[in-house]
Write a protein that binds this ligand. Structure first.
Ligand code: NAI
Length: 470
């Protein structure tokens, strides 16, 4: 006898598990199918959460090594115990994945371990690794199977010498040198972890700038700060071959523009971080006639419903930024739609954070995007050098930039490089959700001394052309 549900969700990453909890809260009977032994998907198991644990530890180590003396603290030369650091990381991951299991129990959600395959609308076959297959029946099916590492043609990721993000999170000692292919979010975050712990890090990027998806001014400032930390950059280069040798890897690269000499770079380890692609293997999409686009994404309508009625898709398998919180928003929206409520996502206000030091955060439009769209805008910049709290923390590198419509003063985007940027960005996200202006923010009293004052000052710069403190 097949088990019957209102909704069957395939995948328990941030999209799937949030969708499941919200649907259960709205009174639906929910099943989740997950192929991993633990819940939480890439984000909790081998992505956001473990990387933040390593970033936090390595930042403390770096601070102890480089900044404590300036603060008058002497405690000798710090040493890193990589095994203990990895044990801490595992404990953080374990607590998080167990948290999801607890929330599933609390909300009466049934979970099935195994690969889910859609047999037809309303029916999912679950194939556990060591158990009998079972069939689930449900009014609706939500595909939330996420994404996987994009391969680099001709370069085999063996997770020994040539790593994906998964392997780079799991090293048992600090490599002498690490070559990172791709100056995107993963490359800069994981490059930072191992650089701070002592590896020589060289980042090779196809384009002529780092973080190509983000505002250009932000990329420049971050690159300058990372260089100060000892990062080397080879921009405008593409890797054409990787040869694994006894003592590491030899990479061959050429200028991406085509003209110029071939170069080689030797490194003990290589991290391939050139993006991710939607993961839909095993779902049986071909058999039910559900087509993907050229990038492997599943097309959906404004209600996240695919071309087949009753089958929905959210998160990294559909268009848009591959971000956990974007998937969560879509999960909530689909749960609401299935419960008969209006559910929608404002894709114009999805913050993005890069957890380097200094941190980078953005919401809304970049200057480049506004220029391209022909929007006339005002710009207000404020440097953390002029912020008392940032100086007192010894972290005054970076700035806040607010972009507002030239005519209406409505805030269209904000970009921050600096301490706690990933936290500061949210007051601007809320402002944008309410259609607020730069002057609204400039007139809001902010506590002193806080980093948030820099955000307010940037709003003053945008609204009046003059902040108070610069
Ligand atoms: P990415 O798309 O952020 O960056 C990839 C970089 O590789 C780009 O700069 C691209 O120009 C470059 N590239 C592409 N092909 C290349 C080649 N052949 N040679 C040299 N460079 C090449 O992708 P990344 O860093 O792998 O991250 C994957 C996804 O995971 C992204 O969508 C990202 O948003 C997400 N993510 C988000 C995090 C966060 O929100 N903090 C953390 C980690 C990942």
């Amino acid at each position: 006898m097949a088990k019957t549900y209102d909704v069957i969700i395939i995948g328990s990453g941030p999209g799937g598990y949030v969708c499941a909890i919200k649907a259960a809260q709205l009174g639906l009977k929910v099943a989740v199918v997950e192929k991993r032994p633990t819940f939480g998907g890439t984000c909790l198991n081998v992505g956001c959460i473990p990387s933040k644990a390593l970033l936090s530890v390595s930042e403390k180590f770096h601070e102890a090594k480089e900044a404590f003396a300036t603060f008058g603290i002497s405690c000798g030369k710090p040493k890193i115990d990589v095994a203990a650091m990895q044990a801490f990381k595992r404990s953080v991951v374990e607590a998080n994945v167990k948290g999801i299991a607890f929330l599933f129990r609390k909300n009466g959600i049934d979970s099935y371990q195994g690969v889910g395959r859609i047999l037809e609308p309303g029916r999912v076959l679950v194939s556990p690794e060591n158990d009998a297959q079972i069939t689930l029946e449900g009014e609706a099916i939500v595909i939330a199977t996420g994404s996987t590492v994009a391969p680099l043609p001709g370069i085999d990721i063996d997770e020994e010498a040539i790593l994906s993000s998964t392997g780079a999170l799991d090293l048992d000692r600090v490599p002498k040198s690490l070559a990172v292919i791709g100056a995107g979010v993963i490359g800069l975050e994981l490059g930072s972890v191992w650089r701070r712990l002592g590896a020589e890090v060289t980042v090779i990027e196809y384009l002529d700038r780092i973080l190509p998806g983000m505002d250009g001014e932000v990329g420049k400032v971050l690159q300058r700060e990372l260089k100060k930390q000892g990062f080397a950059f080879r921009l405008g280069r593409k890797v054409t071959a990787a040869k694994v040798m006894k003592s590491g890897v030899s990479l061959t690269m050429v200028p991406s523009a085509g003209e110029g000499a071939e170069e080689t770079l030797k490194a003990e380890k290589v991290l391939v971080a050139i993006g991710r692609r939607p993961f839909t293997e095993g779902l049986g999409l071909e058999d039910i006639g559900l087509e993907t686009d050229a990038q492997g994404r599943i097309p959906v309508d404004e209600n996240f419903e695919t071309a087949i009625s009753g089958i929905y898709a959210i998160g990294d398998v559909i268009a848009g930024p591959m971000l956990a919180h974007k998937a969560e928003e879509e999960g909530v929206a689909v749960a609401e739609i299935l419960a008969g409520l209006p559910g929608e996502v404002n894709h114009d206000v999805i913050p993005a954070v890069v957890y380097t030091a200094p941190e980078v955060a953005a919401v809304g439009q970049s200057e480049e995007a506004l220029k391209e769209a022909g929007v006339t805008y005002k710009k207000g910049n404020f440097s953390f050098m002029a912020n008392g709290r940032a100086r007192a923390m010894g972290q005054a590198a970076g700035f806040v930039k607010i972009l507002a419509d030239a005519e209406t003063d409505r805030v269209l985007g904000a970009h921050i490089v600096g301490p706690m940027a990933g936290e500061l960005i949210h007051e601007i996200a809320v402002l944008m959700e309410f259609g607020g202006s730069a002057e609204d923010l400039a007139r809001t009293c902010h506590a002193h001394p806080t980093l948030s004052e820099a955000v307010r000052e940037a709003a003053m710069a945008a609204a009046y052309g003059a902040p108070i403190h610069s």
